[in-house]
Ligand binder design. Structure first.
Ligand code: MRU
Length: 305
């Protein structure tokens, strides 16, 4: 990515996706987009930050990373040059994300007994972050510690991040993974084939409500019904104390053709109405615990600044 258009397109088109990854990519991308300019004006950098911050609305990591860069511009002196200061902050955002993933892995692995059968949704693994992932970090860490863990990956309609990314990632790491359609999850729980649900998050409100990929709420309801723990794993950068509860989270509505079509194949009638929110909100009451880089948080949730 060399221009601001490249960075914005990559984020909007999901070439880079996953809450932590888009925050990191936007920060590094912003710096790259100014790399050809000797001394960009503060006004130009502020405008670019504002543009990237709104490229996708739901994951808070994106405006969070942009706010960090904005503070750098606000407080920058002439030495070091503005771009160097921005690059240093972007690199910090990157390395902090790697460290937060590792910490989530360490805390969350304690919840995975030998032989654990984990159901996950969407992709909250290495390809959604700069590190080893959020929801998948405990899996990787437990496996590295010698425990056996199996993952059931919901395919995650309509863009299939579960089949296309989670299954690929885990298979490549030699971790047993089975893909199921989203609509199979409840019956797998009923059949006793799932021990716990472990998902990521795009934004966690102050009261613990969790916005995550569409379909997550249904998994939380089903887990509650079957008496299974429902865990959310996310870095501090995904916790948004400024959003009081889930009703205030902006939910991205995506193009109808993501549902009407599959690649170049038309599935539904071309003109049929489609509802395609990319995310839903799981009420805090359904969340057994939130695994963060700072530790495991249990209800009642009350996240402050
Ligand atoms: O639309 P995406 O692919 O960017 O969706 C975001 C996600 O990857 C998930 O909702 C994920 O569970 C949380 S981000 C690690």
């Amino acid at each position: 990515m060399r221009t601001l258009d490249d960075v914005e397109d990559a984020i909007r088109s999901l070439a880079v996706r996953g809450a932590p990854a888009i925050g990191v990519a936007a920060a590094l991308g912003l710096v790259a987009s100014f790399a050809h300019e000797a001394a960009p004006s503060r006004a130009a950098v502020f405008a670019a930050i504002a543009r990237l911050a709104s490229a996708r609305p739901t994951a808070v990591n994106l405006p969070w990373a942009m706010a960090r860069l904005r503070r750098v511009v606000e407080s920058a002196s002439d030495t070091p040059p503005l771009l160097d200061a921005l690059a240093a902050e972007a690199e910090r955002i990157l390395s902090e994300d790697v460290a937060m993933c590792d910490a989530i892995g360490r805390h969350g692995a304690a919840l995975l007994a030998d032989g654990a059968r984990v159901l996950t949704h969407c992709n909250a693994g290495a390809l959604a972050t700069a590190g080893i992932g959020t929801a998948l970090a405990p899996v990787y860490t437990a496996v590295a510690a010698g425990r056996r863990v199996e993952v059931m990956a919901c395919e995650t309609r309509p863009l299939l991040q579960g089949s296309r990314i989670t299954a690929w990632e885990l298979d490549r790491a030699g971790i047993p993974v089975t893909v199921c359609t989203d609509s199979m999850a409840a019956s797998l729980m009923r059949a006793g084939r799932v021990d716990l649900v472990l998902v990521g998050a795009d934004r966690i409100a102050a009261n613990g409500d969790v916005a995550n990929k569409i379909g997550t709420y249904a998994l939380a309801v089903a887990a509650k019904h079957h008496g299974l723990p429902f865990y959310v794993a996310a870095p501090s950068s995904t916790i948004d104390p400024h959003t009081s509860d889930g009703s205030a989270v902006p939910i991205e509505q995506r193009a109808a053709d993501e549902v009407r079509r599959l690649g170049d194949r038309q599935l539904a009638p071309a003109a049929v109405a489609v509802h395609n929110p990319a995310f839903d909100v799981t009420p805090a009451a359904l969340v057994t615990a939130i695994i963060t880089d700072a530790g495991i948080v249990r209800p009642p949730y009350h996240f402050t600044r």
